[in-house]
Write a protein that binds this ligand. Sequence first.
Ligand code: HEM
Length: 139
Amino acid sequence: MKRALAIVMVLALWPLPRAHADETLYLRLGGKTGVAHIVAESVSLWMADPRVASDFGNINPDHLKMRLEEQICQITGGPCVYRGRPMKAAHAALNLTQAKFNAVAEDVQTAMDHAGIPYRTQNQLMALLAPMQRDIAVR
Ligand code: HEM
């Protein structure tokens, strides 16, 4: 009986799962390592994706990854400062379509799937990236 009471008390005092309410999106994406992993996988997918590969023909992948890591870290509440160009300036010369933006966004989602990021967390990052379409895609 005492034992049963002890179990009930432990369960009552156990902190309720709060769905990581106080954790930043950055941490839920896996912090520095998690974001680096998602970025590396995304850039690999873009460079192999026939819908957009040609747009990434002349880039330095390591530089792009570094900037993307900073940017995603910053917008998801991580301890980083994005030091790259504004999205409009970085993409203007590429004359990108909305379809290409969608392809790139879809590849980011695939990268998160591969990394085992829960669907809800994926959507939270996508919601932060989606408004960038205004500056990235010109047609
Ligand atoms: C959510 C969508 C996107 C995000 C968050 C994003 C983010 C970035 C960032 C942070 C940079 C680095 C800028 C700098 O170094 O100053 C960059 C550069 C670049 N992005 Fe995007 N981008 C997106 C969509 C696209 C799309 C749709 C394409 C092409 C299909 C694209 C192609 C490129 C290329 C080629 C560069 C390198 C530019 C250069 O080195 O001159 N991006 N992007």
